[in-house]
Ligand binder design. Sequence first.
Ligand code: MG
Length: 387
Amino acid sequence: MLDASSTTLTLLGASGSIGQSCLDVVRQHLDTFRIQALVGGANLQRLVQDALEFRPACVALADDSQGQALETALAGQGIEVLVGAQGVLEACTRPNDICVSAITGFAGLEPTLTALGHTKRLALANKESLVCGGSLLMQAARAAGVEVLPVDSEHSAIFQALHQQPRAALRSIVLTASGGPFRTWEQEAIQAAQREQALAHPNWDMGAKVTVDSASLMNKALEFIEALYLFDLEPEDIEVVVHPQSIVHSMVQFHDGSYLAQLGAPDMRSPIAYALTYPQRAALNVAPLDLVTLGSLSFEAPRHEAFPLLKLAEQAWRAGPSAMIAFNALNEVAVSAFLGRKILFGAIAQVVVEGMQRCESAAITSLAHIQHADKSARQLAEALIPR
Ligand code: MG
């Protein structure tokens, strides 16, 4: 149980979408939370602005080319400044009560693992660290006595709906997906879609990478694996259902046939606040649901032929850790090429599907193994990107 009067937070990925939502939750509860460390990627201006507002003991910026500028901007403020990949890891070793892991992509894994030895609670938004290092991360958390709480809205919904029921009471979970901007598009149009179209998410305002993943349903594929680790499930325990309104954030089915769902506006501040204040609930200034205006909630099956990445999650899980690492790495490289306008939307799935057929299986028992498998898959992906 956390001491609510002086809970210290370390925020990894402070300048991203989740990081900024987290800071807004903290802003609404300044009497409860104090920022210990702010860790950013490359957005110097944002990090400086947040550091001056929240007065953390320490800030770290991954991009070392801006290190001098960060030092200059925070000179005389009494804030420790750390720079580069090593600086990020060092910031993770500053003791804190809750570490919010919200770096995007595989880059979040090592800082998250490092943070486990120095925190009491991991509020996990970085799904890629579970997909690529799920066994290692969950074992390390257990060994360190750190509780892992989901920040991802779907997993937060499941966690809330489970409400401390024993695992044995659970029959299945229903993971909801918005379907993204291409939910109703013809397959050919999806293949030819470009950056702006993929970034126009109907419900959620998120970072570019996760928004593209939502459009391809890769985000749901990653969340599928995330749920397997977080809730100790098998693939047959999870049903993915498209729910275009993004109001039901997911649900659980118990053995007595009862379903419990968690509903709310699509606002990441709610699941973030829950992960920070659990088992309490803090008041939060978010818009209430207007159910009458909404009128109805609808559900439909995912279109697997148009969005082939979703089904690949189960295959990757069954093939083992190196396949899941490759699955993620292939997608990260392809999404980056897509965001850089080098490929059309359809090529993302092509790179991942083809890469999964070619990648080699390897034993994974350490972070070094994970990093090696990730690197190999990235090289494979680069070779598969159409020129
Ligand atoms: Mg989610």
